[in-house]
Design a protein around this ligand. Structure first.
Ligand code: CP
Length: 337
């Protein structure tokens, strides 16, 4: 068990060894038990976390802030318009200044081609740990909570389990790539066979696909890509259908920035049949679970009967966001000197 994690940034799970990730999971279960017992666990007493949200959030914002309160500290809920970021203050200066005031910086910045770079620039200049609350590359707080949930449902040994992350139709807006990328780079490390399904325009950033292949090879698990949703669902233990945008495709095709929103939405509208239905769920194993990070586009991405049905674990996933982020906070902002 790797226990010396104080000061370590939590930006992508690929930056953490499998042993370190096991420490996060073990700590999450410990904190979940203490929360269930009503036992105080003020491991970050009087410590401050600065949360900077460049986008909206329900789960991440509230789990991260509640987590700090429960650990005995405090979180500042910040947006660029509340800070001098809106007047052009640099990530370097922001990181240096906040380091003088508190004990951790947490950032959500999902802008494609921008978010990960921004977070890494703050981290380079901050002297306190930086936590990624979702960027354009990874959503590590989500994927680790999902792994915790899968272990709760299926046990510790996940070798041979089929996990499917599939694109779905969602007309409201083009979502970031970070959830599917976070899942394909994490699950194969724990022996899980991963199938990634999407219409051909919805490819992910190549380096995350390469990492998934590498981890699958190292752990002896399988990683497959298909462009057929039904084919992907067959025999699966975990069905994780959720939407994302075709950012990488638009960039590859050289679509000008100004046209990307319209072109991207036109492409999304070509694939209205990519919905998680009750009928499709039957293609999976009898004991298969339905997962979604939320918010879900009900009626477009998924039928109510599925997300509200007996196979759905979406609220367990959402709950585990609290316990896992508390583990990350406690280990990186507190922990061993
Ligand atoms: N899953 C997730 O990150 O939800 P929020 O966007 O509400 O934080």
């Amino acid at each position: 068990m790797q226990s010396m994690l104080r000061g370590k940034d939590w930006i992508e799970t690929v930056d953490w060894s499998t042993e370190e990730l096991e420490t996060v999971l073990q700590t999450s279960w410990d904190l979940k038990s203490r929360f269930a017992l009503g036992e105080p666990h003020r491991l970050l007493q009087d410590k401050t976390l600065f949360m900077m949200f460049f986008e909206q959030s329900t789960r991440t914002r509230n789990s991260t802030e509640a987590g700090m309160t429960q650990l005995g500290g405090h979180a500042h809920d910040l947006t660029p318009d509340k800070m001098q970021i809106s007047h052009g203050e640099t990530p370097k200066d922001t990181g240096k200044v906040l380091s003088r005031y508190g004990h951790g910086i947490a950032i959500r910045n999902c802008f494609y081609g921008v978010g990960n770079k921004y977070i890494r620039e703050v981290a380079e200049h901050a002297s306190i740990p930086v936590i990624n609350l979702q960027c354009d590359v990874d959503h590590p707080c989500q994927s680790i909570a999902d792994l915790m949930t899968i272990r709760e449902k299926f046990g510790h040994d996940l070798k041979g389990m089929k996990f499917v992350i599939s694109w779905t139709y969602a007309p409201a807006y083009a979502r970031p790539l970070s959830v599917p990328q976070g899942l394909i780079t994490l699950m194969p490390r724990f022996g899980i066979d991963v199938t990634l399904a999407y219409p051909k325009e919805f490819n992910l950033i190549p380096r995350t696909v390469e990492a998934a292949k590498k981890y699958a090879k190292e752990s002896g698990s399988k990683f497959a890509i298909t462009h057929n949703m039904d084919e992907a669902f067959k025999g699966a233990h975990v069905l994780y259908p959720k939407s994302w945008g075709c950012h990488q495709y638009l960039e590859d095709q050289g679509v000008p920035e100004a046209d990307r929103k319209k072109v991207g939405m036109d492409i999304i509208n070509k694939y209205k049949s990519w919905v998680c239905t009750e009928k499709r769920m039957k293609l999976g194993k009898k004991n298969a679970i339905y997962m979604h990070p939320l918010p879900a586009d009900r009626g477009a991405e998924v039928e109510d009967a599925v997300i509200d049905g007996p196979q759905s674990v979406v609220f367990d996933q959402a709950e585990n966001r609290l316990h896992t982020v508390k583990a990350i906070q406690a280990l990186t902002m507190g922990g061993r000197p």
